[in-house]
Design a protein around this ligand. Sequence first.
Ligand code: UDX
Length: 448
Amino acid sequence: MKITIFGSGYVGLVTGTCLADVGHEVVCVDVDADKITRLNRGEVPIYEPGLESMIRDNREAGRLRFTTDAESAVHFGMLQFIAVGTPPDEDGSADLKYVLKVAETIGKHMSEYKVVVDKSTVPVGTADKVHEVLERTLEARGAEIDFDVCSNPEFLKEGAAIEDFTKGARIIIGTDSEAVRRGMRECYAPYNRNHEKLMFMDMRSAELTKYAANAMLATKISFINEISNLAEHLGADAEHVRHGIGSDPRIGYHFIYPGCGYGGSCFPKDVQALGQTATEIGYEAQLLEAVEAVNLRQKTKLFDKLDQAFDRDLEGKTIALWGLAFKPNTDDMREAPSRELMEALWKRGAKVQAFDPEAAEECRRIYGERDDLILATRRNDTLEGADALVICTEWKAFRTVDFDHLQRTLRTPVVVDGRNLFDPQSVKSAGLLYYAMGRGDSLRRQAA
Ligand code: UDX
């Protein structure tokens, strides 16, 4: 099939590349000329394991092209995917200007039947808006050309996006048109071989499914973080509680890891946007508001624990920080707990020596050069002259630590672990003060 993808960001690139990889002919179009030039040189603007070589192979095979020429891209594909950004507005709702602009572009240039596919995460009702814009644009041209719009939300996790695309649990398609069903079935056939993954529904349900999935996952995280905070006060260990409840298959082990809060480009934005949609229709989404509030508070906990450990005297202290990205296997720092922590530390006159296997460049891009931030190239270099260590991201490479060496190197033996990576007993027996999430504090108290 011939497929056009508007937007060469995270979702567009992964979608286009994975569809080319199974033999479709794909053109990716973007308004950012610099990005397209780089992609045509073989440079991939995002870090996603496996993507670079997949793009290279498919470009070499002639199945994947990148262009800024929207007109020829509209003519190219029968399927026109919209995968452009929907940044949050000031009030938290998703800004649709890029999505609707693409709809207008398609309407301006199309000369035969097209299926326009909403891939971007968009509020319920957006497919109808895209339909309206297309209709209006065609009318203005005096063109009578048939088209359909459908919703096909993505469920890609950063760091595992290719696997999620190729082996995802479901492919959701919101449409009421038989032609769309046929087209989308053909498009996804190579990824729909072992069991039926395609789920057809109306457009609004498809749009809401995306938000509901992310809001549910965010709710699980905020729930366990709430329990974890209670455990700290009650002298219980949240990790035991996690095991205890996860063993019930109705609850399950996934997404109940206590931590320093969720970040990334999806959960914070989508929970907010769904809340905003609720407000617009006059519904008070109490649970969603609580999920967000608990998460915002959770992100301040690393700082609070340090502040407590140093009796509120952080001025002039040097803090080693492991993990800048919002989660492992990505360089993405959007809404990352590390940012909340660093900014709070700087405000209080402390210095940060940070290490992340992938996100150092991104950190430099966000914060620039500053005296109170050192970006180390090796994990243990951050410890030199540091008063304490804080772990913000659970990169695999942080899991093995020589606690005796850590105890000898840190000026004050304080370890704040935002991801509960270690057995508290092993850390403590090396003479370190261990503050973890929902466990360290109570265990430390018991030992005292
Ligand atoms: C998420 C969804 O998983 C994906 O389906 C959707 O399409 C986009 O949003 P992503 O943002 O890439 O993907 O990250 P994910 O792996 O889901 O993690 C999100 C955040 O939750 C991270 O900050 C992670 O550290 C945190 N998290 C996750 C927890 O704090 N505890 C958990 O138990 C699980």
